[in-house]
Design a protein around this ligand. Structure first.
Ligand code: AMP
Length: 216
């Protein structure tokens, strides 16, 4: 789905509902970045891409995902969040899954009109400490600038600034939309409208997975 569609939140709800091991590329980047005081050249480059809204180069993403191969063998299954984001990443994932004798059950595509994406990202506030997400208009914190959950200060993500949002939308259209076509051609794509309440979006997703014969 596009930036701002709520992939992280949807993934958290879904992995809890399904008991599947969640693997988020953004969390992997953050963990790798936090490992050393002075990040390696590749991680510094990845960080710069994220700040500007550009996609991180495929090879860096694939190296980091490769290190988490054990997640794919989790007994409850696995759920990838934010990956693959380019056709090259999707092809590399196919090769990795074939090696592990695994297959994807479904690829979930959350859909949101561009105007809604821009409105959501422009007003989004995040808590760096506990990861709670707010919105200045639609989900305002009780005290302006303060997290309801942990009392920490709220910030705007660097890549939610207007110029980075423009770059992210462009990356989405040119690099990530073709991934939806790639999986549509394989009969794996499940598209869900994401302009509903979080509970309804989860329910529609689970219904769509049941309709595909998945044990949910
Ligand atoms: P997101 O929060 O999912 O929009 O991701 C934030 C940023 O992380 C993106 O704008 C990219 O810079 C980077 N990113 C996340 N997943 C990937 C991926 N699979 N490939 C390349 N870059 C990624």
């Amino acid at each position: 789905g596009p930036p701002g569609v709520g992939k992280g939140t949807r993934a958290e709800f879904l992995s809890r509902a399904l008991g599947a091991c969640p693997l988020s590329t953004v969390d992997v980047f953050r963990a790798a970045h936090g490992k050393t005081a002075a990040p390696g050249a590749a991680m510094a480059a990845a960080q710069a891409c994220m700040t500007h809204g550009d996609l991180v180069p495929d090879q860096i993403v694939l190296d980091l995902i490769g290190e988490r191969g054990r997640c794919l063998r989790c007994s409850g299954g696995f759920m990838l969040d934010g990956f693959p984001r380019t056709v090259a990443q999707a092809q590399a994932l196919d090769a990795l899954l074939a090696k592990e004798r695994l297959r994807l059950d479904a690829v979930i595509n959350y859909e949101l009109p561009t105007e809604e994406v821009v409105a959501r990202l422009g007003g989004r506030l995040v808590c760096p400490a506990c990861k709670a997400v707010f919105h200045v208009k639609t989900c305002a914190p009780r005290v302006a600038g303060i997290c309801d959950q942990c009392g920490g200060p709220l910030t705007q993500r660097a890549d939610d600034h207007p110029e980075a949002v423009r770059v992210r939308l462009e990356a989405y259209h040119t690099a990530t939309e073709p991934v939806a076509d790639y999986y549509r051609a394989q009969g794996l794509l499940v598209s869900i409208a994401a302009n509903d309440t979080p509970g309804d979006i989860l329910a529609h997703t689970l219904d769509a997975l049941v309709a595909r014969g998945l044990p949910v």
